[in-house]
Design a protein around this ligand. Sequence first.
Ligand SMILES: [Cu+2]
Length: 271
Amino acid sequence: MKLILGILLLSGFALAGSEEPLARPHDLWEVIYKIWLVITVIIYAVVAIPSLYFMFRYRYRKGENEQGDQEHEGHWGLEALWTIVPLIIVLYLATHGFALFTQMRKPPENAMELKVTAFAWGWMFQYPNGKMVVASAIRDTEDKKCKPEECYGVDGVFQQYVYIPKGVPVKAILTSQDVLHSFYVQPAGVTQDMVPGRTTVTWFQINKEGEYWVFCREYCGQWHSRMFAKLKVVSKEEFERWLSGQPADAGHEPSDERVANINSSGQEVVR
Ligand SMILES: [Cu+2]
């Protein structure tokens, strides 16, 4: 079974081409999308084109074949063909889809762990060494003194970037403090529910430096539309430097109180 899944995956990667994808596991979805598109277009053509032809060719004409032919002989060859061919197609799509799904669900062994806690309306990201970034687009980050390249503003609200190393798989361990949220990493094409009292997992890898969005993809209340964070994908060296660097206001970690405050007073702090 593992061998079959492996072969199917390899065939998928071959189709994906040798170029390094922008993000994973999005490249897997690209592969399966192309395969499904090609197969469905072929099936559509095989069914629709003869149907249109037969509609025209055998249309009713007065005085012609009025009685119709009541005797039909079966054709074993055709019966077998249109049973076996769709069976093979369906089995292929199911096993290939399952192989890709398994890949998407299983974080690579060497993945960096990133704990993400959602709250209404924002995110807390915690790195393996304990460093935290709080992203809430309705309220300034408390760390107003952070370096200019580590922060950005959206509609005048001051936020910290969520740093991610380039080309490194990230295992995101997700949970929620209040209601259902959903973690969506835009270029990687992964979406995973964040459920209060439960831990869910997804993974992603971004291979090109730049800025990318994280959105909440489950309607979670009034400021759901502003529940986003910005990833800053940088080289491994730059990431290490940032990770080990002291925050500008060292020793002042975002407290639970602060998050509770955001939860309860979200409306008032919105500009
Ligand atoms: Cu949300």
